[in-house]
Structure formats: structure tokens, C-alpha cells
Design a binder for this molecule. Structure first.
Ligand code: DQA
Length: 150
């Protein structure tokens, strides 16, 4: 049976494809969702893919992932750098969470070097563009196959 995994995207990722394409590329969110669903199916994962602009909605969906999914891939966007609530939500669930960013925030403006999630997630992928989501799905599938090691 396919393992349920969730991908959650935070604020402004709805504008992918139009938003600073030199930083985030030209793939739209709808195209990214379709790519992820193909990659997930190939890995035996059953995917739920969502995006929201609001912090509270993101927190609610992180809780939902903790209750319903075997793993979570999270691009919290700017909340990565600001939100104690998103950090606490990640800490409150016990499934592996993989943090993804299209760009490498640490190589950009100094305020993006602050990351409130990096020490509460299972792993992180930054700077690979949309391929980061594929690598995260592959990593999650491998992690789920291995069980709880390491
Ligand atoms: C982002 C990086 C964040 O710093 C930024 O606020 C985003 C997108 C990324 O995917 O590269 O909204 O998470």
C-alpha cells in the first residue's frame, strides 16, 4: 500500500513561475504539484500537496500531516526565518519532516540566514530548485523503507 506523505508550501509560493524567476525558476506551483505527484507515485507514495499564505493555516496543516501522513516535506517560505509557531508545530509532530527551499537562503540576504526550523527537522535541502522536492521525496521514501534508522 502506498505510504501517505504531505508536501506543504508557505506564503508567496503560489506565485512560483512569476515570482523572481531568476531566484525561484519558471516552474509554476501547479506544474510543481504535477511533477511531485508523478515522482511520488513512482516511489510508492500517496501525495497530498498544498500551499497557503497564512501562518495559522500552515500550523493547522502541519498538525494534520502529523496525524495523517508518514512524512512531511515543508517549504515554509519566509516563515522559516520568523515563525516560532511553525517551529513549534514541527516539534509537535513525530513524523520525519524534510525542509526544502528552492533557493539557498543562506547565500542570500543576511535576514534569511536565521532559520528557526533547521534544528527541529529531520533533514534539509536548499538551492536545488524544483529538484529539491524530488530529492526530498526520494529521501523520505528511503527513510520510510528503512524504518526508524538512523
Ligand atoms: C524560499 C526561501 C525563503 O527565504 C523565501 O522567503 C521564500 C522561498 C525558497 O524556497 O527558496 O518564500 O523558501
Amino acid at each position: 500500500m502506498n505510504q501517505p506523505v504531505h508536501i506543504l508550501n508557505g506564503p508567496n509560493l503560489s506565485r512560483l513561475g512569476r515570482r523572481e524567476p531568476q531566484v525561484y525558476g519558471t516552474t509554476t506551483l501547479a506544474e510543481l504539484a504535477a511533477l511531485c505527484s508523478g515522482w511520488a507515485a513512482g516511489l510508492g507514495l500517496e501525495l497530498t500537496f498544498d500551499q497557503c499564505e497564512g501562518e495559522g493555516q500552515l500550523v493547522t496543516w502541519i498538525h494534520r500531516a502529523g496525524d495523517q501522513a508518514k512524512g512531511l516535506i515543508l517549504n515554509a517560505g519566509a516563515y522559516t526565518h520568523t515563525s516560532v509557531a511553525v517551529r513549534d508545530a514541527v516539534s509537535s509532530i513525530s513524523i520525519p519532516v524534510i525542509e526544502v527551499h528552492l533557493s539557498n537562503p543562506a547565500a542570500r540576504e543576511p535576514f534569511r540566514r536565521r532559520n528557526l526550523l533547521e534544528d527541529v527537522v529531520y533533514a534539509g535541502l536548499r538551492g536545488f530548485g524544483v529538484d529539491g522536492y524530488r530529492f526530498a521525496l526520494e529521501g523520505l521514501a528511503a527513510r520510510l523503507r528503512l524504518g526508524s534508522d538512523p
